[in-house]
Design a protein around this ligand. Structure first.
Ligand code: MN3
Length: 242
């Protein structure tokens, strides 16, 4: 384990012990995240990062053409427009995008939509992997069973949030300010890190239910997309965000 990684973990552990409220803004302002340690940062820059698998790797749930258009057209446009809007509005592009999201009410709808869109997609790609396990294990499974009664009850609640989000938006599993796990959904490209969010918290898992995410294979059958999507959820990544 690198020194940077160790220091960050130790900082987070010590801060949690001290009962500090960890917001994106105060983590970002900490020296631990300055300079080269940004390379190891769990935070999101304004730049699009490479997809962690091939376009056709998630075929059991999402076809290659959808992945390619989604990543190389839709998501790359959010990144480009977020940078453009951040520059025009005087937001600091060298800081993680989380710090902009935490005070998004200060900015225009263009930055809200595109910074949200960029963060949400970076988060979404890393929430999936080929050959995923059917369910989580360890602490994450225990926390889900505690807060939703069972893993199946959680899946039903999450799928319902995704199905019932009218129009375009996202379904989320978050850890709320009370540290309880909660299922929520957001409209458009909003997310639970935004100061304007109805339900704020740390995002653990996200599902894109915009039609561009599933229409080529599933057309109007959003529930079928959601059902198949469980096959590619990267539970290790979700657990790592707790
Ligand atoms: Mn999308």
């Amino acid at each position: 384990m690198s020194t940077n990684k160790f220091n960050r973990r130790k900082f987070i552990a010590d801060s949690a012990k001290a009962g500090m409220v960890l917001t994106a803004a105060n983590l970002v302002s900490s020296n631990i995240f300055a300079g080269s340690s940004r390379l190891f940062s769990p935070y999101t820059s304004f730049e699009q990062t490479p997809l962690p698998y091939a376009y056709n790797a998630l075929e059991s749930a999402i076809d290659a053409m959808t992945m390619e258009i989604h990543y190389s057209k839709h998501a790359s446009t959010y990144s480009k427009n977020a940078k453009e809007a951040a520059q025009a509005e005087g937001a600091d592009l060298s800081k993680p995008i989380e710090s902009v999201l935490s005070q998004i009410s200060k900015y225009t709808p263009k930055l809200r939509n595109n910074a949200g869109g960029h963060f949400n997609h970076e988060f979404f790609w890393k929430s999936m992997k080929p050959g995923a396990d059917a369910k989580p294990a360890g602490k994450l499974l225990a926390a889900i069973e505690k807060d939703f009664n069972s893993f199946d009850a959680f899946k039903t609640q999450f799928a319902d949030a995704a199905k019932n989000r009218f129009g375009s938006g996202w379904a989320w599993l978050i850890s709320g300010p009370d540290k309880k796990l909660k299922v929520i959904s957001t409209p458009n490209q909003d997310n639970p890190l935004m100061d304007i969010a109805e339900n704020k918290g740390t995002p653990l898992l996200a599902l894109d239910v915009w039609e561009h995410a599933y229409y080529l294979r599933y057309q109007n059958r959003r529930p079928e997309y959601i059902e198949n999507w469980w096959k590619v959820v990267n539970w290790e990544a979700v657990a790592g965000r707790m």
